[in-house]
Design a protein around this ligand. Sequence first.
Ligand code: FAD
Length: 405
Amino acid sequence: MSKAKHYDVLIVGGGLAGLGIAAGLADLPVRVGLIEAGALGADWPALGEGVSDYDPRVSALTAASQQWLAALGVWEAIAGTRLCSYTDMQVWDAEGTGEVHFQAGDVNADSLGHIVENRLIIAALAERVAEAANIYCLEHSPVAHMSYAGGAATLELEGGKRLEADLLIAADGANSRIRQWAGFKTREWDYGQQAIVTTVKMTESHACTAWQRFLPQGPLAFLPLAASDAPDRYCSIVWSADVNYGAELMALDDAAFGEALASAFEHRLGSVEAISRRFSFPLRQRHAVDYIKPGMALIGDAAHSIHPLAGQGINLGFKDVAVLQDEIRRALDKGLPLGSEAVLGRYQRRRKGDNLSMMAAMDGFKRLFAQQALPVRWLRNTGMRWVNEIGPVKRQLIRRAMGLG
Ligand SMILES: Cc1cc2nc3c(=O)[nH]c(=O)nc-3n(C[C@H](O)[C@H](O)[C@H](O)COP(=O)(O)OP(=O)(O)OC[C@H]3O[C@@H](n4cnc5c(N)ncnc54)[C@H](O)[C@@H]3O)c2cc1C
């Protein structure tokens, strides 16, 4: 058997979290290996202007994520492409009159966040990683097997190459094989829902507002996209629906789906003029009981996956990345072993509580809005009106949604 190649840090997964931590370690005195099963997405995509020219996966990046990307030096590249800065957030209940309207002006900010296509964030991070002399990228290299004993992991890639590291970072997504091979325990449950995503062009302006309507079968979000040919009319849709209803929606032709969509949204943005291909994702909440083992750390969706209703998934992932980056720098300054409990324990303590409280809040929202009982409907509608009217409560919620609270 060939000798395993050694790195200081190995990252498995070149999605947003994996590329994020790699970019965060660029030019530090560590030898980093980044392993991705597919392509790393380093090429900047051409930005056409039809509904099918948008990435169906977009992220609502909070101010906290924006600040971190700016500190990495990649925000400017993203901002130079295509993004929509949203100034308002409008949330309402399909079963009543409760409505909350958040405005950037409420907290003296210029925007509440930015809607960005995932492929653009990926291209900017991959560009930063490619420039770094200390990072070695292995694309099209799925990890086929891992052995883990005594705090040391050895990875075997498809094709037989073997790798090991002082610190292994699992950024291989919600179904992380690394997490499973290492025997991390998780708490998880199926929401019994799927999220349908697509891009639409509406007949009316999105008004730079992130819209969300809570329907009995699940929340429906219209996220505003930037465009130059039809300003303010392109939106990314995330429609979370119970599995059976979701399957019915997926089976509709485009015209019928467009009508169902506009009607479920009370025609607030008019009707659907054009629609791209639909994709659906099963929704499952999952949280690793621990994020660390000796020599190993989980980040991003490998550590936690959350209902997309508040668009917090990768924002939490980027917070993990920022903290782990900080702890690795600190360990290098102090000469501590990167895979030690002294280093990784601090990462886990700083991130787990924050992730847990956001996941609990999203789960609570999801369950609260699924309730049909009259007293619960009355309570949540009254609650929404109350939140909308009480300034300090509203401002605190806005700051939390911006990742600053
Ligand atoms: C419908 C929907 C809408 C969402 N909207 C938002 C939003 O508005 N805002 C937000 O913050 N979040 C949102 N999210 C969540 C967000 O998309 C995820 O949190 C984020 O993509 C997770 O990034 P990640 O890098 O942790 O994992 P992933 O993006 O899953 O990346 C994992 C990477 O690991 C690679 N990999 C897997 N296995 C292996 C292996 N064995 N060997 C090598 N490589 C491997 C994969 O190829 C992949 O590139 C949404 C999610 C969904 C489903």
